[in-house]
Design a binder for this molecule. Structure first.
Ligand SMILES: [Zn+2]
Length: 468
């Protein structure tokens, strides 16, 4: 077996790993690279051509940094299928359509404003590229539903285990026929945490698997429990009422937004927070919420029972508005606080959130709540790191609003849970660490090597090929 790491190696974005066994070539994920604008444009435009003629693609989950270049792959000539769970397919359609739209809009806006930024001659892909991409999708059920292998190519079989990271997320296990018998590999995908309010716990693969590609986003951290965040959120909302503040929350339209809305709904019902207008200003988040309705069996029953018994849907409550039109979004600028605006895109590199930050960062009364992971060199990361000034579309803005950073809402397993995942795989011999910034992967490597495990552990390197 040969594995080549084309992305999310030495970093967390642009997940792409090529597997080659016995003449069969399978690509795990085809994610968009997210970082500073110039590097992202460069890397996403120049998708390696050897990935275009793979035999099949397996998609772990529908975050943009895992599925975002699928339309580009199809546009460049990929003719095979894309295998994933049904919920991932539905969400990927929304995420990729939104990405196409954002790129078209950003492109037009930059032209209109005559911004002297380096920009390519056309968007990476457009709305017209989405339907042919969707035609390539093919469902595979979760292993806990069937436990059968699904043949995705002659001599190549797939199982998808629940990853508990976002709705539809999976840890794929592949089995390839070869002269030496079947060869198996597991890709953790992005692993979630146990006991999150909306999702099932991650599932451990039950098959004998010698090789694991393990994510390492938080290889050096354990997360605080969500409960510790509640007190801080409560305080921030009370403060917003006193100071008529706007609370701006950059959040992934998928995952963090639903979890925060669920948490606010709970606190609201229990009378813990005063009623302030809350806007989810992301058309994508609204659509994703609809997918949650359609995949009722894919989330954790316990957490939803209370609401459903009362005849309520957990992601809607009085005072909460999902904005639809651009007009409604722009109107939020002229409204005064207190209010909360939850908006995408998560890392603040595109979408409506940039407008909200531009309009609100310079007011010391306002508060920015950072609840998701921010990759290096993104606007979101600069805010997390306490930058005094940030550039938005070439204009500097002073950061006078208070930035509050929350790690409790992480959708990624902490170091303990990552180790536990590997420990539970029968017959494991080697681990390659992917999807982590160097300090995090290094820490996890040391941890996995020092705890008396028998596996070899290696950090994947960009464009590196390993054979075993
Ligand atoms: Zn993810």
């Amino acid at each position: 077996m040969k594995v080549t790491f084309y992305g999310a190696a030495g970093g967390v974005t642009g997940s792409k790993h090529l597997l080659e066994v016995n003449g069969k070539r399978v690509l795990l994920d085809c994610g968009m690279f997210q970082g500073n604008r110039k590097e992202s444009l460069e890397r996403n435009y120049h998708l390696p051509m050897e990935l275009v003629d793979v035999d099949a693609v397996v998609l772990s989950h529908a975050h943009l940094d895992h599925c975002g270049l699928l339309p580009r792959l199809v546009k460049l000539g990929y003719k095979g299928k894309i295998f994933c769970t049904p919920a991932t397919r539905d969400i990927a359609e929304l995420i990729m359509s939104d990405s196409a739209h954002i790129q078209e809009q950003d492109f037009k806006w930059m032209q209109k404003e005559h911004l002297k930024l380096e920009q390519p001659a056309e968007p990476l892909y457009e709305m017209d590229d989405i339907p042919p991409t969707m035609d390539a999708f093919s469902f595979v059920p979760y292993a806990h539903e069937t436990n059968d292998w699904t043949e995705i190519l002659p001599g190549v079989r797939l199982k998808l285990y629940e990853a508990g990271h976002i709705l539809g997320s999976a840890s794929p296990v592949l089995e390839f026929d070869s002269a030496n018998g079947p060869q198996r590999i597991c890709f953790s995908g992005d692993l979630g945490r146990k006991n999150t309010p909306l999702l099932r716990d991650p599932d451990y693969p039950k098959d004998e698997i010698p090789t694991l590609l393990l994510e390492s986003t938080y290889g050096n951290r354990e997360h605080k429990t969500r409960e510790t965040a509640l007190g801080r959120i409560k305080k921030i909302i009370h403060e917003a009422v006193d100071n008529r503040s706007k609370i701006i929350v950059p959040a992934f339209a998928l995952g963090r937004t639903q979890e925060l809305v669920y948490t606010l709904h709970r606190m609201n019902d229990e009378g813990e927070i005063p009623a302030i207008p809350i806007y989810v200003d992301s058309p994508l988040a609204s659509r994703v919420t609809q997918v949650f309705r359609n995949h009722r069996h894919d989330y954790d029953n316990d957490a939803w029972k209370d609401f459903l018994e009362k005849g309520e849907f957990p992601l809607f409550f009085d005072g909460l508005t999902y904005t639809k039109s651009t007009r409604e979004s722009m109107d939020l600028n002229t409204k005064s606080g207190p209010m909360m605006i939850i908006s995408a895109a998560g890392m603040c590199e595109a979408g409506r959130i940039r407008h909200h930050l531009r309009n609100n960062l310079e007011n010391p009364n306002n508060i920015v709540m950072m609840i998701g992971f921010m990759a290096a060199n993104t606007l979101g990361r600069k805010l997390v790191e306490g930058a005094d000034t940030v550039n938005i579309w070439g204009t500097p803005y002073d950061v006078k609003a208070r930035v509050e950073v929350f790690n409790e809402f992480s959708a990624h397993a902490g170091a303990n849970e990552l180790e536990e995942f590997a420990e539970n795989i029968p017959g494991l011999e080697r681990v390659f660490l992917v999807h982590g910034e160097p300090t995090q992967s290094k820490a996890l490597e040391e941890r996995l090597k020092s705890n008396g495990h028998k596996w070899t552990v290696r950090i994947a390197e960009e464009e590196q090929a390993v054979a075993f």
